[in-house]
Ligand binder design. Sequence first.
Ligand code: ADP
Length: 190
Amino acid sequence: MSETKKKVKKAATFSTERSKPNILVSGTPGVGKTTMCKKLCESVKTLKLINIGDFAKEHGCLDEWDDELQCHELNEDKVVDELEDIMTEGGVVVDHHATDFFPERWFDIVFVLRTDNTILYDRLTSRGYEGKKLENNIDCEIFQTILDESKESYKEEIVHELSSNNDSDIDSNVQRIVAWLDQWQKDNVS
Ligand code: ADP
């Protein structure tokens, strides 16, 4: 993120009163964000799930095709504008592989899913990733890029790393988030 953008983001940081918390679920593509978020939202029916890729497509927030990354560039400013009202309401789970362009004030907690490299390699190749795209994503996980980015973008104490190697990890991660939601309600809603 550019220095100017960081300053704007920081200036826009203030705490908001919400009756329900917002959750950001992030991590390298293939770590299991979408799978885990869907299970979470099946367990807690009041949550609203926003997958940023799908949301961007539906709301015309995609720019030109990026040949190297093999995907459309995301118009981050437009995504933020389009999402503002939804986030203000609260009770939203956002599923995305980047964390640094959202306003910090939007999220009460951030989970970064992590997967062992050999497992991730198999998941990404079976998804059809190859060449530079595969290499970039494996490097991203090896160098814990998303975890570091999240810790730079949000208060460290709200950023939590979760293992996502097998099915039982999905269940325990969902349980952990459900328990956190219950506690949040007790602490914040009288
Ligand atoms: P992401 O949203 O992070 O790109 P997905 O949820 O699409 O990842 O998962 C990628 C693939 O890995 C899917 O085939 C999914 O079924 C599988 N998967 C995800 N999480 C796990 C897990 N914890 N254990 C086993 N397989 C998983």
